[in-house]
Design a protein around this ligand. Structure first.
Ligand code: FHN
Length: 415
């Protein structure tokens, strides 16, 4: 299936990981990493009351940052459901907030003119039929205990639950643009080494058919252990345009602000705006999207660090979005420490390091009729050069034919 054009036009989306794990505020795998028992973890279920939840404000923040689509965790690995599922009581309806959070999210995202996507975990550590495996919070229990736990567990029943909940999500909330399943990374019969389950256990072929049958235009990712519509590198930037079997593929790198998908109150590894912008540019230069994650707090808002980061990205995007939206790789070879993104007959040169005075673009020699050096030191971290390959021939101070050397301020302005 050809991926709908909006995806490579929009280029930049917001991932949102939110759920009970926002209360301990130490990572979405906190139940697993800290071996929290079900009864201890249940405290978060009993006290989940995000009084500052305002999905319209989430969507406004995303829009101001230049993001065009949003993907919310409907259920993460802990099994907690953010919508009014009729297949379980383990939902936001039965917590103090008592709301269908997915419904409010979708309504708000659409109201801000953005596209709505869902993340949905195949893994479910809460469901009584989900077989304890190598990733389960109880994985370190003695083998006899794991055997006892798995007695009577029936993955066929879990599979029916999984498919039934996907049907709820794809029939109850209007048009959904993107479904990010999570996770089995490998398309094989040998079961993903991490969670010991593969396409058979998930019923992936049937689940994909169900997904497309209910939402014919939906984009589906590649984590059902069978091919999807795109490839989703996890927290890394590919070093070249991605291919599968020698054929170029659409891809989207999902990235965190600070190393944690769920809210991490310590925010130990916050990425600077400059780096995140360069990751976005780098991706587009290789025909990729970026899905940048925010983990709302246990009260439902974005913390100050996330807001400041989004504002910084938005400041850059407000001036350079035309080098991102609808742009992609250029056939021209970019000089070292730079990236080209190209949109139609406009080429954008992104300087990742500040050259000492000049940048030489031999690959463009004789091809550029007009180059415009856009800068506003007060607002952006680095520069965008916007040499239009086909435009009114105004030149750059009488460049001799056959070369293009951009003369830049010798020292990068204070950033
Ligand atoms: O285990 C999850 C993780 O918590 C997070 O949801 C990421 C997002 O791509 N996916 C899995 C790890 O790859």
């Amino acid at each position: 299936m050809a991926i709908p054009a909006w995806f490579t036009e929009d280029r930049f989306g917001m991932f949102i990981h939110w759920g009970l794990y926002a209360l301990p505020a130490r990572h979405e795998w906190v139940k697993n990493r800290e071996r929290i028992t079900d009864e201890d973890y249940d405290r978060y279920f009993r006290h989940f009351e995000p009084d500052l939840f305002d999905p319209r404000e989430w969507a406004r923040s995303a829009k101001r940052a230049g993001m065009k689509y949003m993907v919310l965790t409907t259920k993460h690995h802990d099994g907690f459901c953010l919508w009014d599922s009729k297949l379980t009581d383990y939902t936001s309806m039965n917590t103090p907030i008592g709301k269908d959070l997915v419904a409010e999210f979708v309504e708000a995202v659409r109201a801000e003119g953005l596209r709505a996507g869902f993340y949905h975990s195949l893994i479910d550590w809460h469901h009584p039929d989900f077989v304890v495996d190598g990733l389960h919070p109880r994985r370190d229990d003695p083998p006899e205990e794991i055997k006892r736990l798995n007695e009577g567990r029936d993955m066929a029943r879990y599979r029916a639950y999984l498919h039934g909940q996907v049907e709820e999500l794809l029939t109850g909330y209007g048009t959904i643009d993107y479904l990010f399943y999570d996770f089995s990374y490998k398309d094989d019969d040998h079961h993903d080494v991490w969670n010991g389950k593969g396409k058979e256990e998930w019923g992936s072929e049937e689940l994909l058919a169900l997904t497309r049958g209910l939402q014919p235009e939906i984009i589906v990712n590649d984590r059902l252990a069978i091919p999807g519509d795109l490839v989703t590198p996890e927290q890394y930037q590919p070093d070249r345009p991605m291919e599968v079997d020698g054929q170029p593929v659409v891809w989207e790198a999902c990235q965190t602000l600070n190393g944690s998908w769920g809210y991490d109150r310590d925010n130990l590894n916050v990425k600077p705006v400059d780096l995140l912008v360069r990751m976005l540019v780098d991706g587009v230069s290789k025909n990729g999207n970026m899905l940048l994650n925010v983990g709302p707090t246990g009260r439902g808002d974005f913390d100050a660090t996330a807001l400041a980061t989004l504002e910084g990205i938005g400041a850059w995007m407000s001036r350079h979005q035309r080098s991102i939206y609808g742009a992609g790789p250029s056939p021209h070879r970019a000089p070292v420490d730079t990236r080209y993104t190209q949109r139609g007959n406009r080429l954008y040169l992104h300087l990742f390091t500040w050259p000492f005075g000049h940048v030489h673009l031999p690959d463009l020699a004789g091809k550029v009729e007009y180059a415009q050096f856009l800068h506003d030191a007060s607002e952006i971290k680095y520069r965008e050069i916007d040499p239009s390959i086909k435009a009114q021939n105004t030149g750059l101070g009488g460049q001799p034919p056959g070369t293009l050397t951009l003369s830049l301020p010798v020292v990068r302005p204070d950033v």
